[in-house]
Design a protein around this ligand. Sequence first.
Ligand code: URA
Length: 438
Amino acid sequence: MSSPLFPQHVIAIKRDGAALTREEIQSMVRGATDGSWADYQLSAMLMAIFLRGMTIEETVALTDAMMRSGEVADLSRVKGPKADKHSTGGVGDKVSLHLAPMIAACGVAVPMISGRGLGHTGGTLDKLESIPGFRVNLSTDEYAAQVGRIGLALIGQTSQLAPADRKLYALRDVTGTVENTPLICASILSKKLAEGADVLVADVKFGRGAFMKDKATARELAQTLVSVARLMGTPMRAILTAMDQPLGRTVGNALEMIESIDCLQGRGPADTMEVTFVLGQEMLLLTRIAKTREEARARLEAAIANGAALKKFREMVTAQGGDVRAIDDTSRLPAAKWSVPLVSPRAGFVQSVDAMSVALAALHLGAGRAKAEDRVDHAVGVSQLVKTGERIGPGAVLAMIHANGEAALAGARALLTGGIVVGEGAVALPPLVEEIIG
Ligand code: URA
């Protein structure tokens, strides 16, 4: 009979820099799920992992144990391939909203479990909830049935999905152990692999408005995600994308929803569509719906041009209780009391649009949350944002500020004025999509 694994012994193994066995990792994850490890023991273990690191085998074992700490969706009854996409989060990143129906329109089911905005990044669920009546809290059974019926569901994390991650993430948040590649990888993949997709694509962002500020750290995370997913039997690719300026021209929940509807109608901003097509191409290649990137791109463009992607989006909104009339008549979405232009005092070239300043302006207006329990204002945010490199005349609108309060408007104006720099010289833009990994 094997001897019981005492938390203090397992912690000491990692503290001394050795690799943990699968059983030791499982005992820690079980302890996080059933409460048999105290918070101080879990916190000590997280710090030991943070300082000593984990091998790829340990990261696989951690991901697997966290995934199995709750329900793993059974989508075996859904016919055909299933793909999902994950973004590490950015400013103005509304890609999931229109990419999911585009992929579903190409014959690939999309079972997507998304998050809410926290801190400076927005969340897909908050954007969807700007559609009156839209329900994101389906049960796992309702979710599986909807994916089977219409090939698409976009919901929030259920309490049964990877509960160990919920516990460990809350502890990481207050113990300075968030920024660690094996822990981030296990956290992301334990949730994504539990939702039942056959293949995964990740958008790993780097830059001023991203979770990871530098490219090298983002690349390391992307490589770890792809390796761990593959070792667990799920083909995956990751793209590295720049997040120094916001994606698209809107930041804020209903405003981003409107921009996503524009994308589905073929009127999306160039940068947003570039990221959308690159992610979509990899999803169609991994599911073997397309043989080449050119073929994949043509299918995605056709899904927009022939209205199939917009039709899928309508089906999803209807299935999840949303007011489908808001898609054609966006005045049915929440709108702010004031829409005020921020005007450029000078002509020239836009030198930079700092994603973090725009995110803070949106947060100040009430579009995001500082704490998980905060409520968001779906109406407020920023639209008509200029893009880095654009030439503008005197008096040009740099952005429209949508506000529901005077103090919030003044604060957002100050943040945007500091974050959008206009100067003399033309600006050379670095590539938006830096690399495809996997
Ligand atoms: N997103 C997650 O889900 N987990 C992390 O650890 C970091 C980002």
